[in-house]
Design a protein around this ligand. Structure first.
Ligand code: IVH
Length: 674
């Protein structure tokens, strides 16, 4: 359909206005117009685009696609995504500068770009002629996953760069994260909606970018900051990182306002200490600072090690510690019946979260700490690690100490508590204990297991207490009528839950195995089992000795797995679940091999294995291994003594990696190194 010039002009203007207000709202947190005005502009654009059939992928109306993906595509990064070496203190940071001075053969003062180390997920954005074409996760640094559908929903990421004559390709690297504010809002909403809350911002962001359904990702208020550029073709940028940031900012890309350009390592240290000081006041989680040489020519001169640049360093903050008081110690029954002491604490803000209770793991740990109720304790939290009581302070000052004792009976069902091994205690009632039932159902329904949206902790409690569900298979017998009779459950929510239950039946075998809650079988072990056996029946029939042959499974876990499947009740349960129509796909079978389409060349001496073994490993992952380097080569693995092939690869600008990086890549793809 031909569009009248006036409509074309109006569409262009509306897009520009919306992009402008989007940026003010989402990136700069300084809106100029009320939401209702924004909505009016948006609605007008939607109307015009539909009237004149003028939708284009970079229009602000096109952020959220309406179809979920069936699987992630793999993406080979145009330049590898590197990682960072890290230091923990002043001395090591000074050594970093000394090493650079030595390599450069000069003691001249260096200029640095100092930035917060944002705790999120790395992303690479590919802009083609200024339009966002593709977004990918870091993956193993060489190959990531295509997450464009989710990244488009992040409002601070422009779908089109705001610049003139932007022809060519530009890869932008940065971190996707969830601000503290957004996280709190999200949890408020999640708590009301399903009773299930998200554990921390980093994991939530990581989960959101790996959603197959962009509508789900769009509910998480993700943000992004750019921290470097990758490949550039036809686009030139300044030679100083600080100036590149200015340019990216001018194009509408989000850059970190807390960055700073510093001179000498002393300046960097001041920056790190100041950042550490204001860490709690930032609206996003950080776990340190990143120090980078500002001059790109010097960066290139220094080059890189296997996976990390020699010109950048992460300065990690020490784990944060705070003191608080132990108000009580309670005992919690886990899904396998283990009874664990949990400290109830006077709430304390540490490492970016308020901690009001934390596990004490077992009675031995309690004894080691010498902890009693009423004691003042030091609580430590590092990164996203679970907060930990590390020591008791001035035990003599506790005027009214109360010793902690393991109860004789289970706090949930009153059955006798029995000792299991040297340190653990367990409820003797097994699955008839309501706590175990509740915990196993909560685990079964959880996001990383069967992912039954809406079946959160509170609802599980209601269902078990009300006698509607007594085992995980009972979930599949629930009806919308039963559910709508529950407190705070409307007809619509009941129907939604029933369809979420129905939807969860289409799952994968690893998720199902994980959902069964076999002792010590986490997601990775479940995945290894499926990769090894390929089939549920074979897993169920295998002996403990056979399980020990599986990657990363030792004798104890092997024993747990065999015991679980030898138990007749468990076999009956699995059959009942399958009879409910569970469809367990093996995902792996459909996936393209990770190195499909890539050409590798091996040169020089390999120390860990003969050349033909290395070649076999690459072929197993889908790569072609060529004898000579050409412009079609993707990677060259160069060991000591590499000669002309290495030189040719350098001339052609092909990525050269050493043996260590090669082995890490192969390991990262899940191949056992012989
Ligand atoms: S630079 C070539 N800068 O930290 C340098 N990374 O531990 C590559 N990260 O994978 C990274 N904030 O995901 C850089 N300001 C920042 C960062 C940052 C967070 C993450 C990034 C990287 C990881 C390395």
């Amino acid at each position: 359909m031909s569009i009248p010039a006036s409509a074309k002009q109006e569409i262009a203007e509306l897009r520009q206005q919306l992009n402008y207000h989007n940026r003010l709202y989402y990136t700069l947190d300084a809106p100029e117009i009320p939401d209702s005005d924004y909505d009016a502009l948006f609605d007008r654009l939607v109307k015009l685009e539909s009237e004149y059939d003028a939708v284009s992928p970079d229009s602000p109306t096109q952020r959220v696609g309406d179809k979920p993906l069936s699987q992630f595509e793999q993406v080979t990064h145009k330049l590898p995504m590197l990682s960072l070496d890290k230091v923990f203190g002043e001395g090591d940071l000074r050594d970093f500068e000394k090493r650079m001075h030595k390599r450069l053969g000069s003691d001249e003062e260096l200029e640095y770009s100092c930035e917060p180390k944002v705790d999120g997920v790395a992303v690479s954005l590919l802009y083609s002629d200024g339009v966002l074409e593709r977004a990918a996760t870091r993956g193993d640094g060489l190959i990531g996953e295509d997450i464009t559908h989710n990244v488009r929903t992040i409002h601070s990421i422009p779908l089109r760069l705001d610049g003139k004559n932007l022809t060519g390709l530009l890869e932008i690297r940065g971190e996707i994260f969830l601000g503290k504010d957004g996280f709190a809002r999200l949890n408020k909403w999640a708590e009301a909606e399903s009773g299930k809350i998200f554990v921390n911002p980093r994991n939530t962001a990581a989960g959101a970018v790996r959603q197959l359904d962009p509508r789900k990702a769009s509910r998480i208020p993700l943000k992004m900051v750019c921290y470097s550029v990758g490949m550039m073709e036809g686009i030139t940028l300044p030679n100083r990182l600080s100036e590149i940031f200015e340019q990216l900012n001018a194009w509408g890309l989000p850059v970190n306002a807390d960055r700073s350009t510093e001179t000498g390592i002393a300046g960097c240290l001041n920056y790190c200490l100041a950042l550490q000081e204001k860490r709690n006041t930032l609206d996003y989680e950080i776990d340190g600072a990143v120090i980078k040489l500002n001059d790109l020519v010097t960066q290139q001169q220094l080059g890189q090690n296997a996976r990390t640049p020699r010109w950048a360093m992460a300065y990690k903050f020490p784990a944060e510690e705070k003191t608080t008081r132990v108000l009580d110690v309670e005992f919690q029954v886990g899904r396998t019946g283990t009874i664990t002491p949990v400290a109830r604490l006077d709430p304390v803000f540490v490492g970016g979260v308020t901690v009001s209770n934390t596990t004490l793991h077992n009675m031995d740990e309690l004894g080691r700490l010498g902890l009693r109720i009423g004691d003042t304790v030091v609580v430590r939290r590092a990164g996203d690690v679970i907060p930990k009581v590390v020591r008791v302070l001035h035990p003599e000052k506790n005027a009214n100490p109360k010793a902690v004792q393991m109860p004789n009976t289970c706090p949930a069902c009153g059955a006798a508590v029995e000792k299991d091994g040297d340190v653990l205690y367990r409820c003797s009632a097994g699955i008839i204990c309501p706590a175990q039932r509740k915990e196993s159902i909560k685990h079964f329904a959880s996001r990383t297991a069967m992912d039954i949206e809406g079946l959160g902790e509170k609802l599980v409690e209601q269902l078990v207490d009300g006698g509607l569900v007594s085992s995980v298979d009972g979930i599949f017998d629930l009806t919308a009528e039963q559910l709508s009779n529950l407190d705070r459950m409307g007809k619509k929510s009941a129907e939604n839950l029933i369809s979420a239950i129905e939807k969860s039946k289409q799952t994968t075998l690893p998720k199902f195995l994980f959902a069964l809650g076999i002792r010590e079988v986490g997601e990775a072990t479940a995945q290894s089992l499926v990769e090894h056996y390929g089939d549920l029946q074979l897993i169920m029939e295998a002996t403990a000795e056979q399980h020990e042959q599986v990657t990363d499974i030792g004798p104890i876990v092997a024993h747990h797995i065999a015991t679980f499947f030898n138990n007749n009740d468990n076999k009956v349960l699995i059959n009942k679940l399958i009879d409910h129509g569970l469809h367990l796909s093996k995902v792996e079978a459909h996936k393209a091999k990770p190195l499909q389409g890539q050409v590798w060349v091996l040169t020089g001496t390999l120390e860990a294995m003969p050349r033909n073994e290395a070649k076999a490993l690459l072929i197993e992952q889908g790569a072609k291994v060529a004898g000579s380097v050409s412009k079609n080569t993707h990677y060259v693995v160069a060991g000591p003594g590499a000669g002309s092939k290495r030189t040719k690869a350098e001339e052609l600008g092909i990525t050269i990696i050493d043996e260590e990086a090669f082995l890490n890549t192969i390991k990262g793809l899940g191949t056992k190194i012989p």
